[in-house]
Design a protein around this ligand. Sequence first.
Ligand code: NDP
Length: 244
Amino acid sequence: MKTKNKKTALVTGGSRGIGRAIVLRLAESGFNIRLAYKSNHDAAQKVKTEVEKIGAECEVICFDISDYQATKSALAAKVDADPPQVVVYNAGIARDNLFVWMTRDEWDSVLSTNLDGFYNVMHTVMFPMLREKQGRIVIISSISGQTGQAGQVNYSASKAGLIGAAKALAREVGKRNILVNVVAPGIIATDMTSKLPKDQILPLIPLNRFGNPGDVASVVDFLCKEENMYIHGQVIGVNGGMAG
Ligand code: NDP
């Protein structure tokens, strides 16, 4: 199938979990994919094969978003030559601990991946997107960034920071017809949440289940569609009714 005339979506953290679901959903919606990931080559290649089965192209790009130079080297030339119409900033990590026990490394690794990564990735893609005068950006935050979560002072700070950054960016680039929104998932069944005590958490979720990656992907997909003309600078909770 010829796919050269399709639009391109860049998805960070596309190799697993929520990012994988977003990649597949956007491929079904007609995008070619640039899938960025850190180190899990097998998982990335599997998603690439799944995307190609859908009939879209998938370029996998391996780099650490917390590393400014590595991000520029991996992305800058590609996005300059072929600017993405959609960017989903999804990659992220958690290193949970009560604040009194939290090590400097637990703080630094989460902030540098989740928040510095925003600068590294978004600053690299911004000029090429502005040139095109159109686009959709979706930032994956978390309910922890909205409410704060015990044991996640580092993670909550990074995810609240993303909300502020996305809202400010929305004010800067809206005039260029680039719509910027945030999706804030609750508890979604992925590798990141596989060790959580389900019996203690379910009573906190009015819908009485963990979300699926697809629950998040379908909202991201809508925000990226051309029919979304006016949702801009918003935080959309996907949390089964937990208070966001
Ligand atoms: P997973 O742990 O399942 O996947 C994380 C993805 O991010 C992987 O693709 C991983 O690549 C990539 N990644 C991690 N660190 C880096 C890095 N330094 N550089 C580049 N890529 C990196 O996470 P989820 O799918 O659960 O979460 C996705 C996003 O959603 C995260 O931002 C998370 O904070 C957020 N979120 C998740 C919730 C949940 O309940 N699961 C709830 C709320 C928000 P690789 O495969 O190579 O390791």
